[in-house]
Ligand binder design. Sequence first.
Ligand code: SF4
Ligand code: SF4
Length: 297
Amino acid sequence: MIISVASGKGGTGKTTIAVNLALVIAGEKDKNVHFLDCDVEEPNAHLFLKPNITNRELVTIPIPEIDDSKCTYCGKCAQVCAFNALAVTKNKVLVFPELCHGCGACSLLCPEKAINEVGKEIGVVEEGKADSIKFLDGRLNIGETIAPPIIKRIKKKALTEYNLEVKESSGLNSQHIVLIDAPPGTSCPVIEAVKDSDYTILVTEPTPFGFHDLVLAVEVLEKLQIPYGVVLNKCDIGDRQVEEYCQKNSIPILLSTPLDREIAVAYSKGIPIVNMNQAYREKFLKLFQNVLKIMQN
Ligand code: SF4
Ligand code: SF4
């Protein structure tokens, strides 16, 4: 079963929810947890799970390199590039590697076969274990902007190399729980991270920004046809807009957590709250059970 944890905006406590949920599920009998930190611009789950990293792999994307001896400057490559990463002049093809998504369309469609692809390093994927939890995260290099290839690599490693095909990991009785900590927002990296999920937990807070970005995140999940519910963090601050919106749209609120000094202190020390406080352990277990119950229905 693949559960992703996402949020329309940063700073809502998404990673806190994902990490604590992973720990309580890992404590359940017959459950293997695979934690995928796909927030590759700012991965920080490792600060709490403290995995022992055993493998690191560079991630590259294929960037076009023009063979001037074959190029006729016809302009087809620039026309096909959806990201404006190529410009063709009378006697030169300019490549802007920082805009290239490595989609391969230009080399595929070049009539003269004048484009070779060269690998450009954009980041790294790390693999390890945090007690019984299998851990993967990715890190986008500073200055790079294209996160989806790293997210794709993390998911491929988890789902293929652990012999954990999407269909195998799906289903309520699956022994394997893949937990994905998605990037914040609603753009391409989020979609890459949450697609294939059986369920998505949307973490938000009861503020105007939290409400606004929750609505955007809900629209994305509706389009992707992924079932979802909400975790309301710092539920005792702000206003009631999020609750009213959820009620009106029959969106389940799976868990509400207060603005609690104990959570903040634990967070600042890199300690997951479920390792400090039994009441929170029970709350997070209830969250997991709520997701299972909804999926069952
Ligand atoms: S499509 Fe090929 S031949 Fe045409 S401008 Fe681009 S690289 Fe040159
Ligand atoms: S690989 Fe794709 S994104 Fe990169 S330059 Fe070619 S068409 Fe554009």
